[in-house]
Design a protein around this ligand. Structure first.
Ligand SMILES: [Zn+2]
Length: 312
């Protein structure tokens, strides 16, 4: 695989109905006073008026004080792409990967067809391939897996069962490989906790793009889970996220972009990349009443501990 493989997902997949959206890349922010790691982004998605290569994303991140990135592949094509990229000898040492079958993908595999009606391999076969990819070089996490009751509504038992089956398989896989697990939880807080309680969570469990309120944050922290905050913590309508963050403090907190999604304020709606994390870090520092450098230092130390990275 070349160092700069073409993305798996075209930018049109991000905003199929909003072609009038401003696709220009936001300017580079002031670099962070202490480096952090973006523990969840998707370099397999193209976005922007000019396409950035993997090398461009890594370089811009480094210039903004982001010392490493974890890129997540969460459908079969993206998981293969991610494993090949981070397993390549040419991959920058600051780039690592995570693979899993996203809960919404698990539902599609159980149905047998993708959004365009194309045939998909059976769920068991897909999960077996994910397990093989997760064991490969450069993969530092199993994720994102979990439950998504936003897309799969109550009553769709086949899709719900497929999500739960896939989630449980990923829990077992993370434990078997001794890797941290990243959870996608959308409108499924209590059911996510119930599955984790029943099966026993991996030692290092991260709620990626934390979406709960203060009470759920306390429940997660009490179980020893980590809360990863994305750019939506800066959104005007996300007071519940800031309350959640304030409730648990910095101790179990990580930072991510989920790029190209969830671009932080003041660039909400435009393309996102790891180099924009300083805006999210500014909000995290403010909400927790922490000096920015101290906030970066604390989050960096926690991230290194979770993913087994040497400290900066
Ligand atoms: Zn994601």
């Amino acid at each position: 695989m070349p160092l700069d493989p073409a993305p798996v997902h075209a930018r049109e997949e991000i905003d199929p109905r909003r072609s009038s959206r401003d696709r220009s890349w936001p300017p580079a922010p002031e670099p962070l006073p202490h480096p952090v790691i973006d523990n969840h982004c998707h370099l397999d998605f193209a976005d922007g008026d000019t396409e950035l290569s993997v090398t461009d994303h890594v370089q811009r991140a480094a210039e903004a004080g982001i010392r490493a990135q974890i890129t997540i592949g969460s459908d079969m094509a993206s998981a293969r792409w991610t494993a090949a990229l981070v397993g390549s000898p040419q991959c920058p040492p600051t780039l690592a990967g995570g693979v899993a079958l996203h809960p919404n993908e698990a539902a599609l595999h159980a149905r047998g067809t993708d959004h365009d009606g194309q045939a998909l391999e059976p769920l068991e076969q897909a999960l077996a391939e994910i397990a093989a990819l997760a064991a490969g070089p450069g993969i530092v996490t199993v994720g994102e897996t979990g439950l998504d009751w936003f897309r799969t509504k109550r009553g769709d038992d086949r899709a719900r069962d497929a999500q739960i089956t896939a989630f449980r398989m990923h829990i077992a896989l993370a434990k078997e490989l001794g890797l941290p697990m990243q959870i996608h939880d959308r409108d499924a807080h209590q059911d996510v906790l119930d599955v984790l309680d029943a099966d026993g969570a991996p030692e290092r469990t991260v709620l990626h793009c934390f979406s709960g309120d203060a009470e759920f944050a306390r429940e997660c922290a009490a179980r020893g889970y980590y809360l990863s905050f994305a750019g939506n913590v800066t959104f005007g309508n996300a007071q519940h996220l800031r309350e959640a963050l304030a409730a648990v403090g910095l101790e179990r907190v990580l930072v991510e972009t989920d790029a190209p999604f969830l671009t932080p304020v003041p660039y909400r709606g435009r393309p996102n990349s790891s180099y924009l994390i300083p805006h999210t870090m500014a909000t995290i520092a403010e909400v927790t009443g922490t000096d920015l450098e101290e906030a970066c230092r604390t989050i960096e130390a926690t991230t290194c501990a979770v993913y087994g990275w040497p400290a900066a």
